[in-house]
Design a protein around this ligand. Sequence first.
Ligand SMILES: C[S@@+](CC[C@H](N)C(=O)[O-])C[C@H]1O[C@@H](n2cnc3c(N)ncnc32)[C@H](O)[C@@H]1O
Length: 186
Amino acid sequence: MLKVTREDFIPHDYKDYAYLEVPLPLPGEEATISCPHSYPLFYEPLGLDKGHKFLEVGLGSGYGTALAREIVESDGLVVSIEIDPLTFEFAKTNLKTAGYSDIILVRGDGGLGYPKFAPYDRICITAACIEIPPPLIEQLRIGGRLITPVSEYGTQNLVLLEKSDKDAKTKVICEVLYVSFRGIYG
Ligand SMILES: C[S@@+](CC[C@H](N)C(=O)[O-])C[C@H]1O[C@@H](n2cnc3c(N)ncnc32)[C@H](O)[C@@H]1O
């Protein structure tokens, strides 16, 4: 987090608030940059590490994507998908300006994943789904982990899924509040 300049990923009018613990609006229909603490909240239980092949669903501003790129280092790979065309263009510009040229950016419905680079060691969904999209579980390698907010009965829980050769076990980490997942699994 010390390596990535967060204000580079924040719309001009909100730059003064870059380090407050609040989500801030982004160009697009329903996109926000999440508050600073939410990145370690997701990436630490995920065990995101050097060399991982990482899929992010919900690119947003590109800030979390840049953090992931720093964590997986040059041996790893980061792929990120964004459904909203305006948000996608915003993130693409931010990442380019910040000097990140080796991240695979995809415009589309992240509920379908991105089979071209599967299986992934780690997957992170940054919007709240009703069910974890099955294609994403399929594209996770055995022993891999996925983290996502899941909506249930009007609350949202941050859920960590671990895939084994037999099944996929989930555990709730804490309550969170995220924008709703869109697309066919939204
Ligand atoms: C909370 S924001 C992501 C914040 C991002 N981590 C950042 O650092 O700015 C959630 C994003 O998920 C996107 N999203 C929602 N449903 C999606 C889907 N099915 N596929 C891809 N992106 C999706 C939204 O458009 C939004 O940009």
